[in-house]
Design a protein around this ligand. Structure first.
Ligand SMILES: O=S(=O)([O-])[S-]
Length: 137
């Protein structure tokens, strides 16, 4: 165990870091920071929310929230209305760690998607919560 920690201190540091990032929204407060993975799952299951991954296609192929659609951030404004026609649809925006998805949620709201939220902590938080991740385009 100790040997594992010593050999894999980078992994340990990343795990601690992502743990802190999970806490961060709670500390900084509010929905502006986005929803946590549990809240996102509830939105998906209960409200039939659509998950939009705003990463690049390469990042998306390497791993994404199961069932997510890929609309890279720089194409969001033009492509989102084609991908999700009904603006009343709840959206969960996801990226690697929550920075781009926050911007994406703001863009989606401006486009009229009032129920757009960002997954705080991004795919890292999703993985940390042991939720399903898919690979491939
Ligand atoms: O995915 S990220 O924009 O948070 S680095």
């Amino acid at each position: 165990m100790l040997e594992f920690l010593a050999d894999n201190w980078v992994l340990v540091a990343v795990a601690l870091g992502s743990g802190l990032m999970l806490l961060w929204p709670a500390l900084t407060g509010g929905l502006a920071a986005g929803v946590n993975p549990t809240q996102a799952v509830q939105m998906i299951n209960r409200d039939k929310a659509v998950v939009i991954d705003v990463c690049t296609p390469a990042e998306f192929a390497a791993g994404h929230v199961a069932g997510a659609r890929n609309v890279p951030l720089d194409e969001l404004a033009t492509r989102l209305p084609q991908v999700v026609k009904n603006k009343a649809t709840p959206l969960v925006l996801v990226c690697a760690s929550g920075v781009r998805s926050r911007r994406a949620a703001a863009i989606a709201k401006k486009l009229g998607y009032d129920k757009a939220v960002s997954l705080a902590g991004g795919l890292a938080a999703w993985r940390a919560a042991s939720l399903p991740v898919q690979t491939g385009g």
